[in-house]
Design a protein around this ligand. Structure first.
Ligand code: GUN
Length: 286
């Protein structure tokens, strides 16, 4: 069983332990601890859980973190002011605005992301950092796709010439992942809600990446024998976390697969911390 599992949790633990050492070395030199500020607007329970995990992991590895909890009634003007205030706080090296924003502010998401200083943009969502990824610069780029690429390369999965099918076209996952995979010479197909006969395309994937927000959406009829499956889904089913792939159904047929939980999720957090350390070093000229 375990030889088919791409163990994201184990890799994240390893990366976090390595990062902890580097942060400790930098702290010994500078006496300055990296600081991450997270901005959470409103009370979305899932977002609260994710932000708490991020803070706990920060504390484990020597990154200080500041929680900025804002009421969901905050105006656009005040949220922009708050971002500006944190931008100007020299003690803070990384800023994360937890998404999605409450409905009343959601339409302005891009404006908020653009207001975050691009040197503190540890999510890699600022237009400058997104644009740099277009030229294959990945220093401050999106954490989930970074985690996916690291997981594949850690398990020595060749990407050059492989057909990777991504069922997701979001700014957080699908779009940045395209550039990271092209950089590594994969052939990339992106599918989305308007894609016709999806299963005809997913069946061609050497590597299938899925983030559709539908529990157990991918079944064995939709994959090729031996395909590598990366499940980005985080759904709640009967009170348990469950991916977009019907894990038990595809397990026999696939080559390798990420579990949910314990797959991509911990690596997203890990790369948030890597990006925070990068932003810290960059701001301190280390
Ligand atoms: N919401 C879901 N994933 C993410 C992420 O990676 N970053 C932020 N800021 N919000 C998210």
């Amino acid at each position: 069983m375990s030889e088919k599992i791409l163990d994201g949790k184990k890799l994240a633990d390893l990366l976090n332990a390595q990062l902890k050492k580097k942060i400790n070395q930098s702290f010994n030199k500078t006496k300055i601890q990296p600081i991450l500020a997270t901005i959470l607007v409103g009370q979305d329970p899932a977002s609260k859980v994710y932000v708490n995990i991020k803070h706990k992991t920060c504390a484990d590895i020597g990154i200080n973190s500041v929680m900025v909890d804002l009421d969901e009634t905050i105006s656009k003007k005040h949220l922009l002011q708050k971002i500006e205030e944190i931008n100007n706080d020299e003690k803070i090296h990384g800023i994360l605005l937890q998404l999605p924003l409450p409905q009343s502010l959601r339409g302005d998401t891009e404006e908020f992301l653009e207001r975050i200083s691009y040197v503190k943009d540890v999510d890699g969502f600022h237009p400058i950092n997104r644009g740099r990824l277009f030229d294959y610069h990945e220093e401050l780029s999106a954490c989930t796709p970074k985690g996916i690429v690291k997981l594949l390369t850690h398990y020595n999965i060749e990407l050059a010439g492989k057909h990777v099918v991504i069922v997701n076209r979001s700014n957080l996952v699908g779009k940045p992942l395209v550039f990271m995979l092209l950089k590594r010479n994969a052939t990339v197909t992106v599918c989305h809600s308007y894609t016709r006969t999806l299963e005809n395309i997913t069946q061609q994937a050497d590597i299938l990446v899925v983030g559709v927000g539908k529990a157990k959406f991918i079944t064995k009829e939709m994959i090729k024998e031996g395909a590598i499956i990366i499940d980005v889904g985080t759904n709640r089913l009967d009170g348990k976390l469950c991916g977009d792939v019907d894990f038990n159904n595809v397990f026999e047929k696939c080559g390798l697969i990420t579990p949910v939980p314990g797959g991509v999720g911990p690596l997203t957090v890990s790369f948030l911390l890597q990006n925070t350390y990068y932003a810290y070093k960059n701001q301190l000229n280390l």
